[in-house]
Design a protein around this ligand. Structure first.
Ligand code: PNW
Length: 499
């Protein structure tokens, strides 16, 4: 045995725990693949009280500077309410065919229901018209977390009436914008709204009820989505011919080893995170069995007279099941998972799962502790969705990485996009029906509780200047090249990278 083989042997014993780049697949995407970038209203628009806009829960929450690392807020952000043409210029330079943005509910309905604010409607009409003039199609999220404060004062997502409030808002948007919008995403990331907004209370509206309100908010989100879907299906789809889906955030969970209890724990983590929302809509019409069983058993042991996980009535199951034309996926990262029986005295969605999970320390780390670079998880998540939820059409509505430096020569972001998009390409070749991809985000923006310290943009913005110009990063040039080639070219140096 020579030294090289000794070294190789040593490396191969380590290889189980060390992430190694997969070779890139040089191939192209289907010809009509939808390339996009994504943003959300509160994170970019500014104009927080312009022209009759009502307050949202984030206007209120971010008014308390203790809620934001750098004491900033989204009052101005990228000022897209006034500077949207700069956004469209940036989109044009990327060559993308779609732009995913969200409508601020309180901008069009200041009280959440009832009175319409015409200048708010006009803003989105201007934006949509300018996009279409640039040959970019809008992909619109109705709800990216910024609930009208007036509705929060009536209980927000904890009030069952929100399904009707949301339906009214959705109808208004279909009526006003539906001739030009062919892709609608009802709600972005129910998990964040329910668990962080009404569970841990870490974000707006900051309500605490991690093992109770979390599930109630989740329940009402699913019903609200379904009502908005059915409204479109029966009254708008026949003429407008668009599609409506919901966006679920799923990160991949691998078992930390091949023990059965850890393999089961990883599946359980995926079911609690993704299956919670997706199984009612894309699967059986009901919550995953493993969730019903875990939450039911624990609730009984904890002295509740019924499960903390609400039940759908027979009628609601019919309403909810099949209420989507595509599956919106936000995929960012992956974790390792183990079985861990949690303390029964703690009433919390997180503890209900009986798992522990952590990031693989051998993967590249972003500037967020929850986000390591794990492209392999993209392909696995897509396959998991196909297998569990009846092979839906999938649109990746977010995927991206943050840094704090904000350098224009953002090699880590180029690496992230290159390998995640390649992993998606492999999933498509495996037979998963992915039809679109939106990079998060078009530009650096207001990253919620992290203010302007975490930067996800393909374009950089100097937030200390008033012109807030969008400056191209290396990742934007890389993405533009990939979009233009519609795939990965084998004959190019540096794996398609222009830098
Ligand atoms: C998304 N996680 O949220 C949101 O849709 C965006 O508004 C946000 O800017 C972006 O991610 C970056 O943070 C997520 O814990 C929140 O895995 C949490 C997770 C993933 C996405």
């Amino acid at each position: 045995m020579n030294w090289t083989s000794v070294l190789l042997l040593a490396l191969s014993t380590l290889a189980v725990s060390i992430y190694v780049d997969e070779p890139l697949l040089y191939d192209t995407f289907p010809p009509d693949f939808m390339w996009a970038t994504a943003t959300s209203a509160y994170q970019i628009e500014g104009g927080w009280d312009a022209d009759g806009k009502g307050l949202s829960i984030y206007d209120v929450w971010m008014n308390d500077s203790n809620h934001v690392t750098d004491g900033t807020s989204g009052k101005v952000a990228c000022n897209s309410y006034y500077f949207y043409e700069k956004d469209i210029e940036a989109l044009r330079s990327l060559g993308v065919s779609y732009y995913r943005f969200s409508i601020s509910w309180a901008r069009v309905l200041p009280d959440g229901i009832g009175r319409i604010n015409q200048p708010g409607i006009d803003y989105y009409k201007r934006l949509i018209a300018a996009l279409k003039a640039a040959n970019i199609q809008p992909m619109v999220t109705l709800y990216h977390w910024d609930l009208p404060q007036a509705l929060e004062l009536m209980g927000g997502w904890l009030n069952p009436s929100i399904a009707d409030w949301f339906e009214e808002y959705a109808r208004l948007c279909y009526t006003e914008f539906g001739n030009d919008v062919k892709y609608w995403i009802t709600i972005n990331e129910p998990w964040v709204i329910a668990y962080q907004g009404y569970g841990s209370g870490n974000t707006a509206p900051g309500t605490y009820g991690p093992g109770t309100f979390t599930y109630q908010a989740g329940h009402h989100i699913i019903l609200a989505h379904a009502k908005a879907y059915r409204a479109y299906e029966t009254q708008f789809k026949p003429t407008q011919q668009g599609k409506v889906g919901i966006t679920v955030n799923i990160n991949w969970y691998d078992p930390k080893d091949d023990q059965l209890e850890n393999i089961e724990a990883a599946e359980r983590a995926l079911q609690f995170l993704g299956g919670w929302i997706a199984n009612p809509i894309y699967g059986s019409g009901d919550y995953p069995d493993v969730m019903k069983q875990k939450v039911g058993d624990k609730s009984a042991q904890q002295g509740f007279n019924q499960s903390r996980l609400p039940e759908f009535t027979a009628e609601q199951k019919i309403l909810v099941r099949g209420s989507a034309d595509f599956f919106g996926l936000n995929y960012y990262t992956s974790y390792l998972t183990a079985n861990k029986i949690q303390d029964i005295s703690i009433i919390d969605y997180g503890y209900d799962q009986d798992i522990e999970s952590y990031s693989d320390p051998t993967c590249y780390q972003s500037s967020f502790d929850w986000l390591t670079i794990t492209p392999f998880g993209m392909r696995k998540t897509l396959q998991w969705i196909k297998d569990r939820f009846n092979d839906p059409e999938i649109i990746i509505t977010e995927n991206g990485i943050s840094d704090r430096a904000g350098n224009l020569d953002d090699v880590m972001r180029v690496y992230y996009y290159k390998h995640n998009i390649n992993s998606m390409l492999k999933a498509i070749k495996d037979g998963v029906r992915v039809t679109g991809y939106a990079a998060w985000s078009l530009m650096d923006n207001f990253e919620w509780g992290n203010g302007f310290t975490q930067k996800f943009g393909l374009f950089s913005i100097d937030f200390t200047t008033s012109d807030l110009n969008r400056t191209t990063k290396a990742s934007a040039r890389y993405y533009a090249k990939l979009v233009n080639d519609n795939g990965f070219m084998a004959d190019q140096p540096c794996n398609n990278s222009p830098i």
